[in-house]
Design a protein around this ligand. Structure first.
Ligand SMILES: Cc1cc2nc3c(=O)[nH]c(=O)nc-3n(C[C@H](O)[C@H](O)[C@H](O)COP(=O)(O)OP(=O)(O)OC[C@H]3O[C@@H](n4cnc5c(N)ncnc54)[C@H](O)[C@@H]3O)c2cc1C
Length: 410
């Protein structure tokens, strides 16, 4: 049998995509490598999910359940404990190779949706010297041990990186009786959302030290301590500022990287900034018929936008008209704008997401084509960790690059 669409990943992106896609497609399959649907949200037991979409504060499992329970009721096929090994384009269809307890099999589909989420940077990727001792782990691993396995991971904890998962784990470990000695951040601004800095650090008197990194770990079998040091504005260690901290656990929250090994196998064009595929307004990648959504497209700040991008993909699946494509350009104050291209066959209202490169109190966004202004908007309190979402009606655009021009104001 040939599927209309195979969705790889049963996290919030894959689930939202499947529900929306089933409205207009008969044969929809979700492939998930784990035993349960829900993705990473299964281990995120704190609340704060769904504020935008449902106007209520849900925990991660509650948010995932809203979608997974609905998916189970629909005629959507699910292959659990199944790993996608490879995807190949074969004239007008795709061949998806999977492995599970039945062995290796190849499935056929018209469309592929990549919803594989992201992974965390490890100690090696952030260049910390030292042996591979027990007690050094990523924030996601710590979250899994504590929230899913119910284990205590250490007594004296230091966290490197002020990403949201690290901040949430600082609070979680404090509530579980560990002494969280501090959070250290190499940049001169925090990486996580302001609400998490307040609710997870300040409310629990956990110090946050900026422009500081962990240089090396000490200990053979179990971590015994770490060396931290101040860095300059080029993130180089300042000699003489080294300091030893005794601890048995080091948690890394140093950024997430979109998981795109399958996209790379398909030779999909990847954006150097987002580390996800370059997509057009249908969220279609450079390989026609392959779409990307959720955290494998770009690392989202809140899950509500993950679900939104997945639904955009689902509604695009039948839009097969190949129009001319124009580029979306940006000014240097913005790290990226997504989608990066527009298929002019679909001049419909389109959601754009972007991030700024530094904190900006007040700015004006002008979206234009040469001198023709499409949209102007005043924006306030922009911060690099927080995504900005803008809905733009593209009905009047022409065959010229679209420019997102952001200007800081006094
Ligand atoms: C460790 C960690 C903790 C997080 N904690 C928070 C938090 O506390 N709060 C918050 O707002 N956000 C958190 N996030 C962000 C969170 O990931 C997103 O909000 C959201 O879960 C992303 O949804 P997704 O569906 O894109 O990805 P995921 O939830 O990661 O789902 C992707 C799914 O794809 C499956 N998959 C991947 N590759 C394959 C393959 N080859 N074959 C089959 N299946 C595959 C995975 O098993 C997974 O189930 C966290 C992220 C991580 C990595």
């Amino acid at each position: 049998m040939k599927y209309d669409v195979i969705i790889i990943g049963g996290g919030p992106a894959g689930l939202a995509c499947a529900l929306e896609a089933r409205k207009t497609n008969e044969h929809v399959l979700i492939i998930e490598r784990e035993a349960r649907l829900g993705g990473i949200l299964k281990q995120c037991i704190h609340d704060g999910f769904g504020l935008i979409r449902f106007n209520e504060k849900l925990s991660g499992p509650e948010y995932a359940y809203k979608f997974s329970s609905e998916v189970e009721k629909q005629d959507i096929k699910i292959s659990r404990l199944t790993f996608v090994l490879d995807i190949k384009k074969d004239s007008d269809k795709f061949l998806v190779t999977i492995v599970n307890e039945d062995g290796i099999k190849t499935l056929e589909t018209d469309n592929v949706v990549l919803a594989t989420g992201c992974r965390e940077r490890t100690a090696r990727q952030v260049f910390i010297a030292g042996d591979r001792t027990a007690g050094v782990m990523t924030a996601g691993q710590a979250q899994y041990y504590v929230n899913i396995l119910g284990q205590k991971i250490g007594k004296e904890v230091v966290i490197l990186g002020s990403g949201d998962i690290g901040l949430i784990m600082a609070r979680r470990l404090t509530l579980e009786g560990s002494n969280v000695k501090g959070v250290y951040e190499i940049k001169n601004t925090p990486s996580g959302l302001e609400r998490n800095i307040q609710q997870c650090l300040r409310d629990f008197d956990i110090p946050l030290t900026l422009s500081t990194t962990v240089v090396q770990t000490f200990g053979k079998d179990r971590l015994e301590g770490i060396e931290i040091a101040k860095v300059n504005d080029r993130m180089q260690i300042i000699p003489g500022t080294e300091e030893y901290i005794k601890c048995d656990t080091l948690i890394l929250s140093c950024g997430l990287i979109p998981e795109n090994e399958l996209a790379e196998k398909l030779h999909i064009e990847i954006d150097r900034v987002t580390k996800g595929p370059i997509v057009n307004n249908l969220l279609e990648t450079s390989v026609k018929g392959v779409y990307s959504c959720g955290n494998c497209l770009h690392v989202n700040d809140v899950v509500d936008y993950v679900s939104e991008s997945a639904e955009i993909v689902a509604r695009s699946l039948k839009n097969k008209e190949i129009g001319e494509e124009i580029k979306v350009n940006k000014t240097p104050l913005m790290g990226y704008v997504l989608p990066q291209k527009i298929n002019l066959a679909y001049k419909t209202p389109t959601v754009f997401y972007f991030r700024v490169v530094k904190e900006i109190k007040k700015a004006t966004l002008t979206v234009k084509q040469e001198d023709k202004v499409i949209l102007t908007r005043k924006l306030f309190n922009l911060k690099p960790p927080e995504m900005v979402r803008v809905l733009i009606d593209l009905k009047d655009i022409e065959n010229k690059d679209l420019i997102f021009d952001l200007k800081e104001e006094e």
